[in-house]
Design a binder for this molecule. Structure first.
Ligand code: GDP
Ligand code: MN
Length: 383
């Protein structure tokens, strides 16, 4: 779950990391009532989940109330890349002398938390990594030992910070950021830029926080954040059933239900290879029961763009007979007018296929392989 900058900054602040004073506004009326309490210049920041807002025109500076109102009018309701701007974060401008980068993530190759630090912050860190990888310090932490003082010494040394005061402040923030990453089950916490001020203190001018979805059940305290995040009716219905709904291509007309992101991508690839386009997909994950599968099918069919549906299952923990039971239930309970192609492989395949023969021919076609399924799901459209 990716958080908005203002939400991420709230977590940073609660962890003792200095952030600029900021206000969130969602309407021009809210802005007007704030005007008397603002100190100009003010940085106006579009709150969207896509990165690179600076380059895309989502970060502006206003020197006066009039300029701020102008900025807010042009940003609120506009689109930044594909995200609609529904909120702005207003902050007093930080007078920076340097911009650093600081992040904590999980390095899957070494299976360790990784702290990244660079004095070349502010811009695209991916570009820095490509062009001057030596400008990024990488410190791996053994999770059994946890973060120790020597890690933080290595971090600033490799990062080339020599001033003792700046060093101390960077280390304080790194320690707090690591702790936040660890205790919040984050996949990523990132401060870019971490501003260095003339008095050698540091301030987090941006915040990117991504919480591991699988660990969200351990964090009821983050539930309030989720309610502020954009979520469509179908995404919410799927999440509440324990599935993941993904919009894929607004120009597509095939729906895909499968288990696991790899399988879903294979389905999308095969359908594309056969000249079709997938509009949305539902990931059932592992161990879906008939009752939930039926609900999953009903969720996908609520998308009016879906003109045919491919259900491709690799049965492991998930049992093919449960899936088939769900399909049968969905087509008998609901009046389904669009054709469904099913391909089942793995645990209890035969039992599943036997169940499907009862409704086979009505709206369901069976396919043996994924390429065959892709062919069929395109051919059955408009029948
Ligand atoms: P991003 O492009 O989505 O990562 O958005 P950021 O919040 O990082 O803002 C982009 C850039 O705007 C930063 O790298 C800074 O250079 C600049 N910026 C943002 N906030 C401030 C601020 O308070 N003071 C100053 N001087 N620059 C800022
Ligand atoms: Mn940034």
């Amino acid at each position: 779950m990716k958080l908005y900058e203002y939400q991420g900054k709230e977590l940073l602040r609660n962890s003792g990391i200095p952030t600029p004073r900021g206000y969130v506004v969602k309407t021009l009326a809210e802005l007007d009532s704030l005007l008397p309490s603002l100190n100009f210049p003010v940085v106006v920041k579009a709150q969207v989940l896509v990165g690179g807002r600076g380059k895309a025109g989502g970060i502006k500076t206003a020197a006066s109330s009039a300029e701020l109102q102008e900025c807010a009018k042009s940003l609120l309701g506009s689109f930044l890349k594909e995200d609609k701007v529904v909120a702005l974060l207003l902050e007093e401008k930080v007078p920076a002398v340097e911009e650093y980068y600081l992040g904590v993530t999980l390095d899957r190759a070494t299976r360790r938390p990784l702290i990244l630090f660079s004095r070349k912050g502010g811009m695209d860190i991916e570009e820095v990594a490509k062009e001057t990888p030596e400008a990024i310090a990488r410190i791996y932490v053994d999770p059994q030992i946890g973060l120790r003082g020597f890690h933080l010494e290595q971090l600033v040394k490799a990062g080339g910070v020599t001033d003792p005061d700046v060093k101390k402040h960077v280390q304080q923030v790194a320690r707090a950021l690591y702790r936040l990453w660890d205790t919040s089950d984050a996949a990523l916490v990132e401060i870019n830029p971490l501003m260095v001020l003339a008095d050698k203190t540091v301030v987090a001018a941006d915040a990117k926080v991504d919480i591991d979805d699988s660990a969200l059940f351990r964090h009821p305290e983050l539930e309030a954040f989720r309610r502020e995040l954009p979520e469509s009716e179908l995404e919410r219905a799927a999440r509440e059933t324990g599935f993941l709904y993904i919009d894929i291509d607004p120009d597509g007309n095939v729906g895909v239900i499968s288990n696991g992101s790899g399988m879903i991508m294979s389905c999308i690839d095969w359908i594309a290879r056969r000249g079709g386009k997938v509009t949305c997909a539902l990931d059932l994950g592992g161990g879906a029961t008939a009752d939930r599968v039926a609900r999953g099918i009903q969720i996908v069919l609520k998308n009016p763009k879906v003109k045919s549906l491919l259900i491709s299952i690799f049965g492991g923990i998930t049992r093919c007979d449960e899936i088939a039971g769900g399909i049968v239930r969905a087509v008998t309970e609901t009046d389904i007018s669009i054709p469904i192609v099913a391909r089942l492989e793995g645990t209890n395949k035969e039992k599943g296929l036997a169940l499907l023969t009862e409704v086979n021919g009505k709206t369901i076609e069976i396919a043996g392989t994924l390429p065959e399924a892709a062919d069929k799901v395109l051919r059955v459209q408009g029948r």
